[in-house]
Write a protein that binds this ligand. Sequence first.
Ligand code: KG4
Ligand code: ZN
Length: 367
Amino acid sequence: MSGPLILAIESSCDETGIALVEGGRRIHANVVASQVALHAQTGGIVPEVAARAHLRWIVPVLEAAWQDAGCAWSDVAAVAATYGPGLAGSLLVGLNFAKALAYVKDKPLVGVNHLDGHVEAAWLLDPDEAERAEPLFPLVALVVSGGHTFLAEMRDHGDYRLLGQTVDDAAGEAFDKVGRLLGLGYPGGPAIMRAAAGATRRDVRFPRAWLGDSYDFSFSGLKTAARRIVDAARAEAGLADAPADIPLPAEVVAELAWGFQDAVIDVLARKTLRAARAAGARSIVVGGGVAANRVLADRLAADAAELGVPLHVPRPGLCTDNGAMIGAAGARRFLAGIRSGLDLDARPNLPLALPVPVPLALPPAGP
Ligand code: KG4
Ligand code: ZN
């Protein structure tokens, strides 16, 4: 083994993920039970439904991970689990399961920040993948997911300085909402990417919110503009009074999907490149579900090449939520000597830069 083997558990939102990761890099197993089909029925995540699905699937996911890994409990150095940010009920299932395993198997517990996991995914190697250059510090990291959008400067593993974040919706949330407006279902991100690829007219212009020189993002104006543009397109197609489930013609949906995606990507790419230049970054790392977007990755790759800075974007399955990214971040924390007590509480609003987990305060003694 080159470094500690971490058993890692992710359950912060709607994917139950369990992985075995060696030395913060090499994946031995990475099993994800996705709830996408479940939440597509309601057009979005219902928190209690998500928590119950984690409860249903967490043991089968662990069993599948052991089968893939070909290793044993005696090889495991620690159990890592996401303790925030995320949906409280979802976090509680994975964190409590991790605690039970750590307790019964007498292994250290390492609480992991989900956002740190999205960044550390850039270091992961698939089981049969050849060695590949690691991101170099200092780097600039862009995390774009369904719940978060931020830019940070990273000077070492776990050492973050937040540069900017969304002041309203996350980028993925905007994709999901506009996907719904365009009648593309849930989740909107992959559906918009597929629809946009088929656009023949590529000149629809959606507004960009630059917010001056700041590295903050805003996507709610874009969502409002999308509603206005979709309403105008429906009127033009003679659908103004038609029921909402009668869709726009496919080519109009494709054009609007392209225009929306282009606006989001333009803002994300320009701010990331400006931050990389200003920070003197030696690498750019991108993570989170929206980083699974090929058009975003291609645009960033072209811009980063122009700046002469290597870009690291995980493969799509490692951009969306998974256990391996928690294993990568968990190993770095384990190697830094960080251990969480078995009283570790879930932190739904955990910020990025909080290196040491805060222990749960005991309730005041009763009378
Ligand atoms: O990181 P993630 O799996 O979960 C959170 O931590 O939120 O991100 C999910 C988000 C969803 O909003 C989804 O629409 C978006 O990532 N997403 C994409 C793509 N694939 C997933 N957005 C744009 N293009 C994609 N290909
Ligand atoms: Zn995530």
